[in-house]
Design a protein around this ligand. Sequence first.
Ligand code: GLA
Length: 753
Amino acid sequence: MNIRYFEKDRIFKIDTDHVSYVMAVMDDQQFLEHVYFGRRLGDSDLRYLLRHQEPPFLASQNPGDRGKVLLVMQHELPGELTGDHREGAVTVRTQAGHTALQPYYVSHRIYRGKESLPGLPATFGSEEGTMSLEITLEDPVIHVRFLLTYSVFEDTDAVMRSMRIINDGGQPVRVEKALSLSTDMGCADGDQRPWRLLTLDGMWVRERHMNYREIGYGFQGVSSNRGETSHQEQPFLGLVSPSATQHAGEVYGFHLIYSGNFRGQVERDAYDALRVTLGINPDRFSFVLQPGESFQAPEGVMVYSREGLGGMTHTFHDLYRNHLIRGIWRDKKRPVLINNWEATYFDFDNEKLLAIAREAKECGIEMLVMDDGWFGKRDLDVSGLGDWVVNENKIRGGLKKLVDEVNALGLKFGIWFEPEMISPDSDLYRAHPDWAIRVPDREPCQMRNQYVLDLSRKEVRDTVYDMVAAVLRSANIEYLKWDMNRTLTDFGSAALGAENQDELCHRYCLGLYEMQDRLTRDFPHILFENCSGGGARFDPGMLYYSPQIWCSDDMDPVERLMIQEGTSLLYPLSTMGAHVCVVPNHVVGRVTSFATRANVALAGTFGYELDITKISEEERAAIPNQVALYHKYNDLIRRGDYYRIASYRENHLYDCYEVVSKDRTEALITYVQVLNVPDDRSRILRIPGLDPDREYAVTVEHTGFTAPEEDRTVTLPVGPRARMRGDALMYAGLPMPDFRGDFRSALIHLEEV
Ligand code: GLA
């Protein structure tokens, strides 16, 4: 890791162990140019890479034709309408209504460590293990300053970038666009083959499926205007070489540490160059800056890998595990929980919960989580949100009594909240109808019979926070699930003036961060899980506050293969909320074996979401062993390197992934056979990440079948307790178990001998 400025060449060079990021200050003007981002380079002068040194052929013979240069120049911070017709990263409107902007280099500083971003989640690192570069640019006409900050860490290859905009002029200005990332690059990989764009897309119960597309001329990308990250898109853009595999080839990943509206675009111009931009969605966004005020844009992450998708994944996982997630639970094994949502929905009382808790305790489960329906008037999803007071018709004798009883059984207790919402049928709404986000004189849109609270307002945040905190203080609560079950619409805040209405979505997000920051400071011992109608808020912003996030309301193990594949492309397994559900699955109606459901859920935080008093005796009897597996392997799963071996999304037959310990002494492979085909000899899978020279004992640890009466003894074709060299496993492969049937699975353990 190093960051240097080469005075003579006016070049900035940021290096990690394997990656370089290079910028230059333009000779005649003071634009900051992007030079290079990719595999690590030595310290030669790279100015020859600047595209404008050979401007495109145009009819104009005017040597001072600046438009010619700006058409192709690689900008580090492209402004608006100054001759560069590609997407700009910043738009600042003056009082006179103009948006022309030329941010010129002014100065820079290089320092050890990294400063936090006011009000926003961001990566962090130790003073010795982190370096930052702050470059100041300024528009000399309107006197607006831009601080671009780049940071790198000793132990990962990611490059971080954020931007602060400061109004040094004497007039107010309106920031209309402030994209955190903007990178100019070629449209093809090292083999001259055009990049493909990789995005993570979906919907409720089908989040973050991996999708590839060709990059055409013009714009393509991802966005959210829903006030949250969304089920539909992820603030991520991947550029993948067509020759890249899981383990080799070039891949770029761009990710935004933010939980509100975003837009990420790849623009291919007429000269076959790409501009990649990612930041707050400029639609429904603007921010007025009075003289002296500033605006902080969120942090973006840039990753380059020449070790394929897997290399990119390892960088993201290590970055988020070591430099984004905080709190005492970050590195700890989480208690195995049982959640009553799909077991009871709203129909429960203390007796029902205690019956579940008693049975759960017998099976080795460690925590009971009481989901939606315990407060206010809430017997269905039509009322009660906002009234965070326990409903003693259901929880008779009060919350403390219930929690004490659950604790006396030997279980921890967790609870569900949806603090951002308000039901029209609630005491809170009757008292404060203007606290809902809405536009005057219009009937606001209800979703799931609820409105969104205006978290941009301090009095709203404080009132709700105080209610939540009072409940948390009233009993021994050790886990909190913070849910958010609808998107933002009807963008209007009763507290913002006409000039400032477009600030609402960002201010909402800042309000959310402030509440969660307060919560984690006031209750540092509580294990905190974010959630949004399943996985609509699975984003790096949320990881700064909670070490785990509910991945999806779809717990069917087959659907989860694709959801968890896309999620684990960027997010460590320690963050992925995953539970064993009942069958037929409530979303897709599929029947799978209990063991296969557990095998798939073991790749995440692990727990159960079913009525344990109603499942079969045989299933109940299987739980202690599953819990034991969790305890045996969770350290490995949380801390190890994740490798994708085969993808059901691609082959429509089976899925396989692996976690290898950092010291390569141990690995756990999960193999799920979704569909059987007769006599399939192709399933000899190469097992990556091992040490080729070591010997490993290979054992089948746990298998998942469909019918209880089936014979469950499964041996690997290599024998029951085979010893194999790492190179054989890595280069020749391991034949998978020969299952006769669908939805079968196995956990295969490798241990150095
Ligand atoms: C969302 C969550 C579920 C559950 C319900 C309760 O859908 O994702 O897990 O908590 O809300 O209403």
